[in-house]
Ligand binder design. Structure first.
Ligand code: C2E
Ligand code: MG
Ligand code: MG
Ligand code: MG
Length: 293
């Protein structure tokens, strides 16, 4: 009995391995084509000041318009691709795309008072060429480094602390800004936090989601904001969906907000329509209906 079960477990295990290996191969092949044929695009989600509703930046979020599968979200491919040799290429593609859009939107708005935030995967910021590559891009598109924010997840930072610290220092000395993403999900200690040269802290949307009905989460978010402010850092709340969440976050002094309450991630056309509605201060169109797209 046991032997039989053992054997069939073994077989299942192998089939699963084979399945995931061939899935991965197919994904890698697909991604190579996607990069060549430019099937990947960036959605831009606005980030606003909490106290006076001005646009301060956009987070660039990758979208894959697959010829057969339709729209594929990053959660379905980004981690696997990052672990493959296409990872760095995808990351570089996203960086150039984001900086290109930033340059175009700057011309459209006639203002450079906003930034673009790009998510960096672990293998991408561990690669030796990142700093050089970025320097080249910023020069080519004539973008001031401070207008680029790089988002590194707390979890990935902690896993690669020494290397992450070194690369963050290089990026900082270039003048690029750094955000710690999904904060609160990755167990960083206060002594790390004190040493890491970041500018912004993004409170994970898991905490924001429960603000309305959890005392504990309200206390956690309040403490995180105080902590960040004591370290002279600023805080972005992710996933703000309701007026109550926003009201609370504003009350406790959170600096910036991002979430469906203001806007979902926008495609290029939608972004242009939004930009056309902003004034010189980049104030959010503040009628009750929000942005009209
Ligand atoms: P993230 O960096 O934490 O991005 C925020 C995610 O929350 C996005 O999901 C966004 O669409 C979603 N979101 C924003 N506001 C709300 C809200 O109010 N409610 C809810 N429920 N969700 C909201 P998305 O676009 O599916 O991206 C998922 C993750 O994939 C990102 O999480 C990021 O870790 C990764 N990712 C996205 N684009 C890239 C990329 O270009 N490179 C890398 N390395 N990772 C990326
Ligand atoms: Mg992010
Ligand atoms: Mg995040
Ligand atoms: Mg997140």
């Amino acid at each position: 009995q046991a032997k039989q079960a053992g054997r069939s477990n073994y077989r299942v295990f192998n089939e699963q391995m084979l399945e995931s290996a061939s899935r991965r191969l197919m994904l890698e092949q697909d991604i190579r084509i996607a990069l060549k044929e430019r099937q990947l695009a960036l959605a831009m989600q606005p980030i606003l000041t909490m106290d006076d509703n001005r646009l301060v930046g956009f987070e660039a979020l990758v979208r894959w318009y697959h010829p057969n599968r339709g729209l594929v979200m990053p959660s379905e491919f980004i981690q696997e691709v990052d672990e493959s040799k296409e990872g760095v290429e995808l990351g570089n593609y996203v960086l150039e795309y984001a900086i290109d859009l930033l340059a175009r939107y700057t011309r459209q708005l006639g203002s450079d008072q906003f930034y673009v935030a790009v998510n960096l995967s672990p293998n991408q910021y561990m690669s030796a060429d990142l700093v050089k590559y970025l320097q080249g891009l910023l020069e080519r598109y004539r973008i001031h480094p401070s207008r680029l924010v790089l988002e590194l997840t707390e979890e990935s930072l902690i896993k690669n602390l020494d290397r992450a610290m070194a690369i963050m220092q290089q990026l900082k000395s270039m003048g690029v800004r750094i955000a710690i993403d999904d904060f609160g999900t990755g167990y960083s200690s206060l002594s790390y936090l004190k040493q890491l040269p970041f500018d912004l802290l993004k409170v994970d949307r898991g905490f924001v989601a429960d603000l309305d009905n959890s005392d504990v989460d309200r206390n956690i978010v309040t403490s995180v904001i105080d902590l960040a402010h004591n370290l002279k850092r600023q805080v972005v709340a992710e996933g703000v969906e309701s007026h109550d969440q926003r009201q609370f976050l504003r009350q406790i002094g959170c600096d910036y907000a991002q979430g469906y309450l203001f806007s979902a991630p926008l495609d290029e056309h939608q972004t242009q329509v939004l930009l056309a509605q902003l004034d010189e201060q980049l104030r959010w169109p503040d009628d009750e209906r929000g942005v009209q797209l």
